[in-house]
Design a binder for this molecule. Structure first.
Ligand code: SF4
Ligand code: SF4
Length: 412
């Protein structure tokens, strides 16, 4: 695609990156086949190709309008289009640049601005989110059904963390909402890795990866979250941790990109690049230890039956991190039977804060996803991202769990 970027952006790092991405798009439209919003709305401007066209217009100096904002807001950032694109267009990076410009030019309605500000203030801060969630859980029984479905029951079990005893060490990202919503996921990871001969350690001053803030278009504020985590992790990196383990694939996608997002920061660029290399989804870590895992599984008591599991692959795992088949291989080795899930490439509608900001589209995607997941008559649903987990649980009568909890239970 030919481009002629406007002077305001042409010579900036973002402008150069956007230009090279735009030039790789040949406008073939293959990406429209797998775009969830195009499938639902049938509007070219709600497809990747249409959004690329809108962003090109904007970057070439045409007026930035509310119409562009609406169509970019409706994008889930699921990146299914990247997986489909034969030309390797990095749509995710382009939409980050496009959204940042729209945000600076198009004001939001007072209600929309308030919603976004509230999400930015509450979600990344466990000291605020945790007590608010606990209040909701206490009042859950008397809440209206629609609200009740969105608040998961309080979990208090499964939080035992093994004492350190191994020479091999890995760090874990604690995250923001996950410790309150599902406090058993990281401890289960620590127990599985302990059995595999690895200590999982926490850095107390680390926190939210920055994804919530970044995707709410406060990209500079999000970089502060990244810098804080790097500062918290760096002594452990210097002490030789083998990896930074991330148990929510949505967060993992951003941590993998710290090097990119801080490339222009002379103080943090090199450290951020190192963090990106060390960042690993928990599936990559366990998969790499599969020989030891198979020995453990051979010693564990055989299950009386093979539980039927529908695995929901989060977009961040398959399209963001480009990890395919690892969780499935681990679950099969652990004796679970995997049911067939049609349209597994499609988003469940969770997509960070999308389910709150675009509730109608999110609900339609959720309904379709639950039908697809339940179509193979599983006894439970497994996934790899806390956002998908709570979103799916709000619409399915089946139990929805992180796959690492299933593996931990199998090994117990
Ligand atoms: S993003 Fe890729 S698949 Fe979509 S129109 Fe451009 S080149 Fe074709
Ligand atoms: S990221 Fe997802 S919703 Fe957005 S354009 Fe690509 S496929 Fe469509």
């Amino acid at each position: 695609m030919k481009t002629n970027l406007a002077q305001f952006i042409r010579d900036t790092p973002a402008g150069k990156e956007a230009d090279s991405i735009l030039r790789t798009c040949v406008h073939c439209g293959f990406c429209t086949a797998t775009c969830p919003t195009y499938q639902l709305l049938g509007d070219e401007l709600d497809s990747p190709r249409g959004r690329i066209y809108l962003m090109k217009e904007m970057l070439e100096g045409n007026e930035v309008t509310a119409k562009t904002q609406i169509h970019l807001d409706r994008c889930l950032t699921c990146r299914a289009c990247e997986t489909t694109c034969p030309s390797g267009v990095e749509y995710g990076r382009l939409v980050d640049i496009g959204r940042n410009i729209v945000e600076q030019h198009v004001p939001r309605s007072p209600l929309d601005a308030l919603k976004r500000a509230t999400l930015r203030v509450v979600l990344p801060h466990p000291a605020l989110f945790g007590p608010l969630l606990r209040l909701g859980q206490t009042l859950r029984a008397i809440l209206p059904a629609a609200l009740k479905k969105k608040i998961p029951e309080r979990q208090t079990h499964g939080t035992h963390w093994p004492a350190p005893r191994h020479a091999r060490k890995m760090l874990v990202l604690d995250g923001c909402v996950q410790p309150s919503l599902a406090p058993d996921i990281n401890p289960a990871t620590a127990r599985v890795l302990d059995r595999l001969g690895i200590d999982l350690v926490k850095a107390d001053t680390a926190g939210c990866c920055g994804a919530v803030t970044f995707h709410l278009n406060r990209q500079e504020d999000a970089r502060d979250f990244m810098r804080r985590n790097i500062d918290a992790w760096w002594p452990h990196v210097e002490a030789g941790v083998e990896a930074i383990v991330v148990t929510a694939s949505g967060c993992g996608t951003l941590v993998k990109e710290y090097g990119h997002h801080l490339a222009q920061d002379p103080r943090y660029a090199a450290k951020a690049a190192k963090i990106s290399v060390l960042s690993k989804d928990v599936s990559e870590v366990v998969f790499a230890e599969r020989a030891a895992l198979e020995q453990l599984l051979a010693l564990a008591p055989a299950p009386s039956m093979r539980p039927r599991v529908a695995f929901h692959t989060p977009c961040s795992l398959q399209h963001g991190l480009k990890i395919h088949g690892m969780v499935e291989a681990i679950l099969l080795a652990a004796g679970f039977e995997l049911t067939l899930v049609p349209d597994a490439h499609l988003c469940c509608g969770s997509a960070g804060t999308y389910s709150i900001l675009e509730p109608e589209l999110s609900k339609r995607l959720l309904q379709n996803k639950v039908v697809a997941l339940e179509s193979g008559s599983p006894s439970l649903i497994a996934t790899a991202n806390i956002g998908c987990l709570t979103h799916l649980q709000s619409a399915s009568a089946l139990r929805v769990k992180h796959w690492i909890n299933l593996l931990d239970e199998r090994l117990s």
